[in-house]
Design a protein. Structure first.
Length: 202
């Protein structure tokens, strides 16, 4: 009677890898992708505020950083994660409004989904003429024939205390919403805007 061959651990491992190598590789790749996806979800930072920045030209990074820092210093932790995070969402629209400009399309999409409560722009008159999105001082929607910006926007330099001629050319306002009760943290946003603008309305 033939004796059953005894294989060493190395031989067993080699045989296993020969038959299941691709199973192991595919499994490892899937595990890595799932782990990476979970890591992104767990470590993702959710901003307390998203501010739309609508300008004809790309704003210098240092100016964006200064505005972001100034906003975070004047804001509150709305989502309770222990951090105050302001996200600036830039829309570089060019010198003429063009509905086929990808940034104009992105802006329209974000306005329809109520992504931005505050808006910064270098052309408040043009923004209001195209979208009539800037709210009255009390947060209500302007009348259908009201395309003015008076009382609806303030120079970023005055509002955030930034001392540079660049910020004199930028204006910040709050947007109005058709259904404010469906906007997360609406009352907190409104209270913050009232606090920021209180001294400027005197």
């Amino acid at each position: 009677m033939n004796e059953k061959k005894q294989y060493s651990f190395k031989e067993k491992l080699s045989n296993f890898l020969y038959y299941y190598k691709w199973h192991l590789i595919i499994g490892a790749v899937v595990l890595f992708l799932v782990g990476d996806w979970v890591f992104d979800i767990v470590t993702e930072v959710h901003p307390d505020y998203q501010v739309g920045v609508i300008t004809a030209y790309t704003m210098p990074q240092e100016a964006s950083d200064a505005i972001q820092s100034a906003l975070e210093a004047r804001s509150r932790d709305l989502n309770g994660d222990g951090k105050i995070v302001v996200k600036l969402r830039a829309y570089t629209t060019g010198t003429e409004g063009n509905m086929y400009n990808p940034m104009e399309v992105a802006l329209l999409a974000d306005l329809s989904t109520q992504e931005n409560f505050f808006l910064i722009t270098d052309d408040p008159e043009g923004l209001q003429a195209r979208y009539q999105v800037l709210a009255n001082p009390d947060g209500s929607a302007p009348a259908e024939d009201d395309f003015s910006v008076e009382g609806k926007v303030y120079p970023v330099s005055d509002l955030l205390g930034l001392d540079d001629p660049l910020y004199d050319q930028l204006y910040m306002g709050r947007r109005h919403f058709v259904e404010p009760d469906k906007v997360d943290y609406y009352e907190d946003y409104a209270a913050l805007w009232a606090q920021w603008t209180a001294d400027l309305q005197k």
